[in-house]
Design a protein around this ligand. Structure first.
Ligand code: PLP
Length: 400
């Protein structure tokens, strides 16, 4: 007899270091926009493994590519060239309008690399060790000590202090608060173009333009974290392309590999040569397996014109969520761009998200306590949006 869901869960709890409170669902496989648990129950996915599974599940072209590369060569280290990483590097730098790329294993490591570029860039100028980075309150950049140091969340930071020194926090979308923190020691500003975990807050145009100008004035680097909002999610390949405000350094991960672990930091202009051989490295990063996957993902974005699709379906999702907002007084705000949208409620949304998953078989995710985040696979169709709305309304009604 097949092992029961309960057995999988209790064995998992016995083995795993407890840093997550998981939902009691054991997923086994996926197909298109749907996930299936060990009982064979079908779920509609508006979560995409936290904005990772851009192509949904089991895309035949992508899957074939990953299989082929697994048979050829998985790993070789960065002391040699490998063909998939060269191809992925060319395609990603072109899509990102950047000069150079470094492949990492995760988003957090991409942020680490970006912080190192900022420190190195400033060190190259004056040899000092007192440079400062301005980050944003309510931000999220990852869980390693460096990335956590620029993550504006006291709850995440508190038990792990002391963190990196020289980090100051401004208020996102408040240019004066950034200006007030700038001084001759400032080497970089780091922020998400659209804050994801913090609750789906897009940068205002005047804000991001103003930060760019301040960075230019002080010869500091603008680092945009596009790990969640990048890779087509907002309807442009990268969210900063909406604003025409180009960063010096940017980070990418999540959807880049469509499920294989790959991230990247990219740099242009003066930032592109700040680090030199010996300054940074990784064993797995950019190996042939993950780069073949990323290279295929980038091809598919082009061949299927996915950003246009995101814009079209994103507008439809916007309309349908506006209806939900109009219908339920508990919904206080609706924000976002493309297929990265959030509904803010007047109370914590945990019960709605749980009801959606367990009763309506709709996979959703919160962002902050009161916000439901909609970050589906980018290949969704309008019919999936319609189905999601039906289930979402039931979940809201059942938890009132
Ligand atoms: C998810 C995320 C990260 C961290 O990426 P990991 O792959 O989990 O290390 C960093 N920044 C942003 C904006 C993210 O959404």
């Amino acid at each position: 007899m097949a092992k029961s869901k309960e057995a999988w869960i209790s064995e998992g709890e016995a083995a795993f270091y407890k840093t997550y409170n998981r939902f009691p669902v054991v997923f086994e496989r996926g197909e298109g926009l749907h996930l299936y648990d060990t009982d064979g129950t079908e779920y509609l996915d508006f979560y995409a493994g936290i904005a990772v599974n851009a192509l949904g599940y089991g895309d035949p072209e992508y899957t074939e590519c990953v299989k082929e590369q697994a048979e050829k060569l998985l790993h070789i280290s960065n002391y040699f060239y490998n063909t998939p990483s060269v191809e992925a590097g060319e395609k990603l730098t072109a899509a990102a309008q950047m000069d150079k790329v470094f492949f990492t294993n995760s988003g957090t490591e991409a942020v680490e690399g970006a912080i190192k570029i900022a420190r190195r860039y400033a060190y190259n100028k004056d040899g000092g060790h007192d440079h400062e980075i301005i980050a944003m309150k309510n931000s999220f950049h990852g869980r390693s000590i460096g990335a956590l140091s620029v993550t504006g969340n006291d709850h995440y930071q508190e038990p792990f202090k002391p963190l990196l020194s020289g980090i100051k926090f401004a208020q996102f979308n408040d240019l004066d608060s950034v200006k007030a923190l700038f001084n001759e020691k400032t080497c970089a500003v780091i922020m998400e173009t659209v804050q994801g975990e913090g609750g789906i807050y897009p940068a205002r145009k005047e804000f991001i333009e103003g930060v760019r100008a301040l960075c230019d004035e002080h010869d500091a680097l603008l680092i945009l974290d596009e790990i969640q909002c990048g890779m087509g999610r907002t309807g442009h390949m990268f969210a900063w392309q909406h604003y025409g405000v180009k960063p010096d350094v940017m980070t990418v991960a999540k959807a880049l590999g469509n499920g294989v672990p790959i991230g990247a930091f990219l740099a242009c202009g003066k930032a592109a040569s700040a680090m030199v051989p010996g300054d940074h490295g990784t064993t797995y990063g950019g190996n042939p397996f993950v780069c073949a996957a990323a290279s295929k993902v980038l091809d598919i974005f082009q061949s299927r014109d996915l950003t246009a699709h995101v814009t079209e379906i994103g507008e439809y999702l916007w309309e349908r969520l506006e209806e939900v907002k109009a219908e339920y007084p508990a919904v206080k705000a609706h924000r976002g761009m493309g297929l990265m949208q959030g509904l803010e409620f007047d109370q914590p949304v945990g019960p709605i998200v749980t009801n959606a998953l367990l009763e309506q078989k709709l996979v959703l995710i919160s962002a902050g306590a009161n916000i439901i985040r909609f970050i589906p696979p980018l290949v969704i169709e309008k019919s999936h949006v319609d189905e999601m709305i039906v289930r979402l309304k039931k979940a809201i009604e059942n938890t009132r």
